[in-house]
Design a protein around this ligand. Sequence first.
Ligand SMILES: [Zn+2]
Ligand SMILES: [Zn+2]
Length: 218
Amino acid sequence: MHQIFRHEVEWNGWPDGTFERMFTYAEVEAMQGLQVHWAMRRHGGDRKGDNFAKSVEGGKKSKWSCLGIIECDNPDCQIVIRPQTWPEQIENQLKQLCTCATSLHHLECGVFSILIRWSGGVKFSNHGQHAHQRPAHILHLSKDEKSRFKEIVTAHPTIGPLGLIVGVPGLHGPGESVADISDALLNAGRVGKERLKVKHGSDSGGGDSFISSFAKFS
Ligand SMILES: [Zn+2]
Ligand SMILES: [Zn+2]
């Protein structure tokens, strides 16, 4: 267990620079399927590889590329926008104006990651350094943040999203607010969705992780 937590700290969701690392499936699970916060697009997979290969060489390969960021032409504006996955979506994003009313442009990025799944785990390699800011609006919650959120929701099943943000009632007035857990939980719509996931017990880890269905392989 200690090892898993040590690795969990090392994986901050912003892989950067050129490196490679082998992960066991227990580690992949602890890191919520190698969750990543850069905006990434997956390329076609490898037809020959096998998830159950006995060696990493025979494993199934997938390639992911960073989509960079969208920013505006106003040098004083700090807004960084997360590109959507497909070119036509990005084109639509670029047709809009920034909230500062300036036009937007797409800053592309050449960084890519290669994942190889095999029976022993996942080999992850990262290629290149991101020469752009981190895209804003991190939509993910870490495993720890999720369990803190779940604790509050479970202890206060009748409190709605706004109440959870304002702070759940304690003995001496409002207590802990879910917004203290993460900025992602400042938004009532998001809190409502996360709350439903807790209530229905249907949080599968989301679709933003490299390995979203590790359970099948472990
Ligand atoms: Zn702007
Ligand atoms: Zn990048």
